[in-house]
Design a binder for this molecule. Structure first.
Ligand code: NAD
Length: 374
C-alpha cells in the first residue's frame, strides 16, 4: 500500500525536557508488516539510551491502547516490524471485543534485565505525554506492574497500574479463555460440559495455571507441560494432571489443546500431529502463518482465534479509561461476553465454510467501518 500521509510534528512547549520524537510513518510504510497504520512515532534520548517506537494502527473506534514491550531486538527494523504487527493485532482485538478503543503497541529497544532503569522509563513517560492522548499503554513482555506504576507516576497515559488501576490482567484473561473454550466445546459437541473432557495445557504461567484450576474444578482431565519442571510437578499434584515433555504437548491425545505459552505453536510442523478437535488458549499469535487456520479447518479442528479468546486482559485494563475508573464487576461483566463473540465467529465460519480467523477479521473491520461512516 502506498503511504501518502504528511509527516506530523508534535506540539511541545519550547525547551520542554524529553526525548526527540519523530514521525517515522513513511519509513515504516516500506516494511511488509505495514498495514495502513495511522502513525508511527520514534522517540530517542541518547542521555539514557532510549529508543522507543509507538505504532498507532487505527483509532476509528477510540484512542489506541496497547502494551509496551521492552526487548533487546537485534535491529531497529525487527523492533519496528514487531510494533507494526502487534499494533494491528490490538485493533482487531479491541474491535471484536466491542471496546471503544483503537490498536497500538510500543516497543522499547533495550534489555529488560540490564538496561531498564528509572532514567529510561522517565524518558519514555515523557514521550507518552507528548503524544497528546493518541496512545495509552500498559505492561507487556519485559515490563512489570511496578514499571507500569512508575510510568503512571510520570504520565497519565498508562493503565493497568496497581494503585487505582486494574493491576494484573491475567485472572481476567484466564476467565475469558475458560468461558471461550467452553463455548467452543458447546459449538462442537452441543454441550459445554467439561467433565472427563481431555484438555492439554501448554504453559503453566499466570494464565495457564488459573485456567487449569477452572478446568479441573469442572472435571476436565488435564495433560500439562511447561519448560519449568517445578511448575509441572506442582500441576501434577494440584490438578492430578499428566505432565509431558514440552515438545510433545501438541501431539498428545486430547479433545482440546490450550496454548498458553508461546506464539507460533500451530505450524506446518505441528498441524499434522494434532489430535485435538478444538484449539482454545491464551497465547498471542498462535498460528505461525495466517493460512494455518485454513489447514486446521480442512482437518476439522476448530480454532478459536487467539485475540478473540484472550481479550479478557484488554477488556479488564480498558475499564481503567471508563468515566468512573476501574470497576472489577463491570470489567468481568464484559469478559463474560467473550463466549458470545466466540460462538458468533464459529457459527459464521461454519456457515460460510471459511477459516475462523478470516471471519474474526471481517467482524473487526465491519465494526471499524461502521464507526467511520457513523
Ligand atoms: P507467563 O510468562 O506467566 O507464563 C508462560 C509460561 O509458559 C511460563 O510458565 C513458561 O515457563 C512457560 N513456557 C515458556 N516456554 C514454554 C514452552 N516452550 N513450552 C511450555 N511452556 C513454556 O505468561 P502468561 O501471562 O501466563 O501468558 C501466557 C500467554 O498468553 C502468552 O503468550 C501471553 O502473551 C498471552 N496473553 C497473556 C495475557 C495476560 O493477561 N497475562 C493476555 C493476553 C495474552
Amino acid at each position: 500500500m502506498l503511504h501518502t500521509r504528511e509527516p506530523r510534528t508534535l506540539r511541545r512547549p519550547s525547551g520542554a525536557a524529553g526525548p526527540a520524537i519523530s514521525d517515522i510513518t513513511e519509513e515504516a510504510s516500506k516494511l511488509p508488516a505495514f498495514d495502513g497504520h495511522e502513525r508511527i512515532w520514534c522517540g530517542r534520548d541518547e542521555t539514557c539510551g532510549l529508543t522507543a517506537i509507538v505504532a498507532i494502527h487505527n483509532t476509528a473506534l477510540g484512542p489506541a491502547l496497547g502494551g509496551t514491550r521492552i526487548w533487546r531486538h537485534e535491529t531497529f527494523e525487527a523492533a519496528l516490524t514487531d510494533a507494526l504487527r502487534l499494533s494491528r493485532g490490538m485493533t482487531y482485538k479491541a474491535a471484536v471485543a466491542g471496546l471503544p478503543l483503537g490498536g497500538g503497541k510500543a516497543v522499547i529497544i533495550a534489555d529488560p534485565k540490564t538496561e531498564k532503569n528509572e532514567n529510561l522509563l522517565t524518558a519514555y513517560a515523557r514521550m507518552l505525554s507528548a503524544l497528546e492522548g493518541q496512545f495509552f499503554t500498559a505492561e507487556d513482555v519485559g515490563m512489570t506492574l511496578a514499571d507500569a506504576d512508575f510510568l503512571r507516576s510520570k504520565t497519565s497515559n498508562v493503565v493497568g497500574t496497581t494503585k487505582g488501576g486494574s493491576g494484573n490482567p491475567s485472572p481476567a484473561t484466564a476467565e475469558g479463555v475458560f468461558l471461550g473454550l467452553k463455548a467452543a466445546l458447546k459449538h462442537r459437541r452441543g454441550s459445554g460440559d467439561l467433565s472427563r473432557v481431555r484438555v492439554a495445557v501448554q504453559g503453566l504461567g499466570s494464565v495457564g495455571w488459573v485456567l487449569c484450576e477452572k478446568l479441573r474444578a469442572e472435571g476436565a482431565l488435564l495433560t500439562v507441560c511447561d519448560v519449568d519442571e517445578t511448575r509441572m510437578q506442582s500441576a501434577r499434584e494440584a490438578f492430578d494432571a499428566t505432565p509431558v515433555p514440552a515438545d510433545r504437548i501438541t501431539a498428545v491425545e486430547c479433545d482440546i489443546f490450550a496454548p498458553c505459552a508461546l506464539g507460533g505453536v500451530i505450524s506446518d510442523e505441528t498441524i499434522p500431529g494434532l489430535k485435538a478437535q478444538i484449539i482454545a488458549g491464551s497465547a498471542n499469535n498462535q498460528l505461525a502463518r495466517h493460512e494455518d487456520a485454513r489447514a486446521l479447518m480442512e482437518r476439522r479442528v476448530l480454532y478459536v482465534p487467539d485475540y478473540v479468546i484472550n481479550a479478557g486482559g484488554l477488556i479488564n485494563v480498558a475499564t481503567d479509561l471508563s468515566p468512573g475508573g476501574y470497576n472489577r464487576q463491570a470489567a468481568m461483566q464484559k469478559v463474560a461476553k467473550i463466549p458470545k463473540a466466540v460462538t458468533a465467529i464459529l457459527s459464521r465460519a461454519e456457515a460460510q465454510s471459511r477459516p475462523t480467523n478470516d471471519v474474526a477479521a471481517d467482524i473487526a473491520w465491519e465494526r471499524i467501518r461502521a464507526a467511520i461512516t457513523d
